[in-house]
Ligand binder design. Structure first.
Ligand SMILES: Cc1ncc(COP(=O)(O)O)c(C=O)c1O
Length: 374
């Protein structure tokens, strides 16, 4: 049961609303404002015209799962069978469904703070306990602390690299630590949120699928909203070994049954043309545009190794807390961002704001000029 009677809008909606009220540039919510690939638009239009309007198989269209299997093989060299792939209504639904399937009442789930805001509620709703473990101040994991938080009741750890909100990308070494922990806790599963898999810039993305020992106990989450820059379509997929997939399917078939059929068909027809390298190159240049635009500002740029978020430290500008500062920045400077403390269960405030650079050149130039005036 959800305990509060007040439905407060998320920080993303609040900052977006504030940006609208003040005519501010919205770098708060993570969505691209560029047009999507015209070939993809054509594939979707063709799918609409060719009458793909009825229920698809509940695991997702076989065509699409086969194309995803090929995509995973060509981008990471790993073979995932189509029956180990489930099409979901965005990563949010895949995460919710996986938690319902793998976690029960009284279990514990490790969440690494700061973390994306949809992880906690499904844990609470199954009657399990979210155990929040802070990442280090550089937003990398503290494995000793994580291990100290584990108990015999721990069923799941949720990890996310490339990481929203910080933009850090885990090195392979972090996964070796995870393997060490997994070996000690035979009932532990991993939910690896890899929705920014194609947006790793300074080192290659390492998927848990690349480590067989992790892979056999992991659910990996992907989002076409991120990879195809179409966040509003709410379509993604997860991969899981058969034993986990069977449990996940039991929940999925009664939660959504099947996902929008013509979007599945359109994406299936497009995927052979999709280039992860092109997407990566494109975002790399947007990152460069945003960071070079801020060279003369008083903000300090934190490492952005991946995602489309750049974290800025404003401690040389103000000692206000990050929520107040983000509000003032929207009202006075005309640029909306997200204060990182809202991703922390304990609201730890390091004076860091998250800015989305999945924006057109003009938007990024105007936003950085405004930020340089601070
Ligand atoms: C880390 C992370 N996971 C999951 C999601 C949700 O993705 P979707 O829109 O496909 O539900 C997001 C969206 O911003 C995200 O940043």
């Amino acid at each position: 049961m959800v305990k509060t009677t007040k439905n407060s809008p998320s920080i993303f909606s609040q900052m977006t609303q504030l940006a609208l009220e003040h005519g501010a540039i919205n770098l708060a919510q993570g969505f691209p404002n560029m047009p999507i690939d015209s070939r993809l638009k054509e594939c979707i239009a063709a799918a609409v015209r060719s009458e793909h309007h009825q229920y698809s198989p509940y695991q997702g269209m076989l065509d699409l799962r086969q194309e995803i299997s090929k995509l995973i093989q060509r981008t990471s060299g790993v073979l995932v069978n189509p029956h180990e792939i489930l099409i979901t209504a965005g990563a949010t639904q895949g995460i919710f469904t996986s938690v319902q399937a793998l976690v029960g009442q009284g279990d514990e789930v490790i969440l690494l703070d700061p973390c994306y805001d949809c992880y906690e509620l499904p844990v609470v709703l199954v009657g399990a306990k979210p155990v929040h473990v802070p990442l280090n101040e550089d937003y990398l994991p503290d494995w000793e602390r994580i291990e100290a938080a584990m108990t015999q009741k721990t069923r799941l750890i949720v990890i996310n690299s490339p990481h929203n909100p910080s933009g850090r990308v885990w090195e392979e070494q972090e996964y070796r630590e995870l393997e060490r922990i997994l070996a000690k806790f035979p009932n532990l599963h991993i939910l690896s949120d890899e929705v920014y898999e194609y947006l790793a810039f300074d080192r290659p993305h390492f998927s848990v699928r690349n480590a067989p020992f992790l892979s056999e106990r992991s659910v990996v989450m992907a989002s076409f909203g991120k990879s195809l820059q179409a966040t509003g379509w709410k379509i993604g997929y997860l991969t899981a070994p058969e034993a986990l997939m069977n449990r996940i399917l039991q929940v999925h078939q009664f939660l959504v049954f099947s996902v929008n059929s013509f979007v599945q068909k359109g994406i299936a027809d497009f995927l052979s043309e999709f280039s992860a390298t092109e997407v990566n190159r494109d975002y790399r240049s947007r990152r460069a545009r945003f960071s070079s635009g801020l060279e003369k500002s008083k903000f300090r740029l934190l490492p952005c190794e991946g995602t489309y978020f750049q974290t800025l430290d404003y401690s040389q500008i103000s000692d206000e807390n990050d929520v107040d500062f983000a509000i003032r920045l929207t009202q006075e400077a005309g640029v909306a961002s997200i204060p990182i403390s809202v991703f922390n269960h304990d609201r730890r405030d390091l004076k860091h704001l998250r800015f989305c650079f999945a924006k057109t050149e003009e938007t990024l130039i105007e936003a950085t000029e405004r930020l340089c005036r601070i």
